[in-house]
Design a protein. Structure first.
Length: 161
């Protein structure tokens, strides 16, 4: 069933353009809080590999830079864009820097955390927490930061049939 609450949310791209989650209706989404200076940043390459493998089957990966963990995303939107593209070849949509915890939590992450809690409640513990959202806009799985993108392959293969 189409999730009107999720599809009513919006986010701003790195270029400053507002995008409604409705634009991704009918797509399977993998939503990730990223940080280019994080030790887990090489996961960007793995995420890009998944995107290239499954984008024609309906997968869209949405990256949301976040500087709430160890000051690992201190740069501007321009430096984030350049770092993701040059260092990791990222072509999937990247959004403006957001908070994923606290009073200023971005609405997309507030929604996801309320629907899928982690080991220690809803709070996101680190960069590269991943949320899998089905093509109806329903969160179906949350993955820990240390879960590498290649470990998500079989979940995606099942959802993208």
């Amino acid at each position: 069933m189409h999730n009107a609450e999720f599809y009513g949310l919006t986010a701003q791209t790195l270029q400053g353009k507002p995008v409604s989650m409705e634009a991704f209706a009918g797509k399977t989404l993998l939503i990730v809080n990223t940080a280019s200076k994080c030790g887990l940043a090489p996961q960007l390459e793995g995420l890009e590999n998944l995107y290239q493998k499954y984008k024609d089957k309906g997968l869209v990966i949405l990256g949301f830079p976040c500087n709430q963990f160890g000051n690992q995303e201190p740069g501007s939107e321009k430096s984030i864009t350049e770092g993701c593209l040059i260092n990791y070849g990222v072509t999937f949509p990247m959004f403006s820097k957001v908070d994923v915890n606290g009073a200023n939590t971005h609405p997309v992450f507030r929604f996801l955390k309320n629907r899928l809690t982690g080991w220690f409640g809803s709070r996101i513990k680190w960069n590269f927490t991943k949320f899998l959202v089905d093509k109806e806009g329903n969160p179906v799985r949350r993955f820990a930061p240390i879960t590498s993108p290649d470990k998500l392959d079989h979940y995606l293969a099942r959802l993208l049939v």
